[in-house]
Design a protein around this ligand. Structure first.
Ligand SMILES: *Cc1c(COP(=O)(O)O)cnc(C)c1O
Length: 399
């Protein structure tokens, strides 16, 4: 019996080593990683550049406090500002905390302007923003809210993709619209450029802030630094996390300067957020992500993956029902139950992938994936479908 909370239906598999696209279990067996610890290990496993950065950081000062200047944090913040739409950055340890900062920033922006009743945020069904009390209210998924008391007020939900429905929710209390540019957990649904542009226009027209949750889809994964770049819009606040530390817990809330201006001393804080170890690693991760050609590589691999998945869909029309996603955040809506299929891939074909809502198989490899490994993954998916086909045939033969 494990001493841990039973919040996960854990597999017995324990990985001892990782290198690049591969993980190795306690028996030395090798697994092809199309899971990346849920889109976290953007540089794969054991990247020498981030190992060197962490090692050298451990020999300096591990932790001080955000009341002192943390040079690595200043540097990472400045680099993110230089590379993106943002003018100001708040560092966190997780995605949920990056969203909490985004929500607080939006509410406080209007409060500081004397519009104290502007606290309501329009969010979308099928979204996932984290597991804190604030972010489960923002996500609005009833199964995550049940049993945890009254949901935090201030969120209204509608289906993504329907601009008129979003518009209908705007009232005098609305302060922002919050959306995942590509929904991850909910079923790997990429918002269209039209919809993103429509939301931006609604925000402009009604003086609302546009908050994007790019915790999973940002930081290069779709073949652009941010997924919203595909639609040509500029948001007001963006939350990132997963890939930011490449496996070291690190997230960030990025904002325009006027939006962040009211977040003065005393309004928000974090003991650990952006500490010296985390931001030393964060800078090393960013070295790699911003290196010339890195995001182009992701874009190319995203296209290759999409092409190979189309071939797979043609070969297995009974099993592959729909292809979704963007770049290296790919989803396959499959016919067999996705939970069983993920276990089958893992146990029989030594490939790691993850499920998402709506019976979607999510493929989120490290961003360093090459076409060789994409072909290998496609081979494993084919083998898994073939095995299901053979099992179904033998069952019906017996009947
Ligand atoms: C994972 C995720 C979060 C929450 O991040 P944590 O680090 O688990 O708190 C929020 N939003 C999206 C889109 C995510 O994928």
């Amino acid at each position: 019996m494990s001493a841990l909370y039973g919040t996960y239906a854990r597999s017995d598999l324990a990985f001892e080593q990782g290198k690049g696209m591969r993980l190795y279990d306690q028996h030395g067996r090798q697994y092809l990683d199309f899971y990346s610890g849920i889109a976290v290990n953007a540089l794969g496993h054991g990247d020498p550049h981030i190992i060197t950065a962490l090692k050298s950081a451990t020999e300096k000062v591990w932790h001080t406090s955000n009341v002192f200047t943390i040079p690595e944090q200043e540097r990472l913040g400045q680099r993110l500002v230089d590379a993106t739409f943002a003018d100001a950055v708040f560092f966190t340890n997780s995605g949920a905390e990056a969203l909490e900062c985004a929500i607080k920033t939006a509410r406080h922006y209007y409060w500081a302007k004397g519009e104290v009743n502007r606290y309501e945020i329009i969010a979308f069904t099928g979204s996932f923003h984290g597991r804190t009390l604030g972010t489960i209210a923002a996500g609005g998924n009833p199964s995550y809210l049940e049993g945890f008391g009254p949901a935090m007020p201030g969120f209204k939900h509608t289906a993504p993709g329907d601009l008129d429905a979003a518009k209908a929710l705007i009232g005098p209390q609305t302060c922002a619209i919050l959306i995942e540019t590509v929904q991850g957990e909910g079923g790997v649904t990429a918002m269209t450029s039209d919809f993103m542009q429509g939301l931006r226009a609604l925000c402009d027209k009604h003086d609302l802030l546009l908050i994007l949750d790019e915790v999973q889809c940002g930081y290069g994964r779709t073949g652009r630094f941010f997924a919203f770049e595909w639609s040509g819009i500029t948001p007001d606040i963006v939350a990132v996390a997963k890939a930011v530390g490449g496996g070291f817990p690190l997230g960030a809330c990025l904002a325009k300067s006027d939006v962040a201006a009211s977040m003065v001393p005393g309004t928000h804080g974090s003991t650990y957020g952006g500490n010296p170890l985390a931001t030393a690693v964060g800078n090393a991760v960013l070295d790699r992500i911003l290196a010339p050609g890195f995001i182009d590589h992701v874009n190319q691999m995203g296209r290759k993956l999409a092409w190979h998945l189309q071939q797979l869909a043609q070969k297995y029309p009974d099993y592959v029902l729909e292809l979704r996603g963007k770049g290296l955040l790919a989803g396959i809506k499959i016919a067999p139950p996705v939970r069983d299929f993920v276990a089958r891939l893992r146990d029989d074909h030594h490939m790691l992938a993850i499920g998402a809502g709506d019976n979607v198989l999510r493929l989120i490899p490290p961003l360093i994936v090459t076409e060789v490994e994409i072909e290998e993954a496609i081979g494993k998916l084919s083998a898994a479908f073939d095995a299901i086909k053979a099992e179904t045939a033998s069952v019906s033969a017996v009947e």
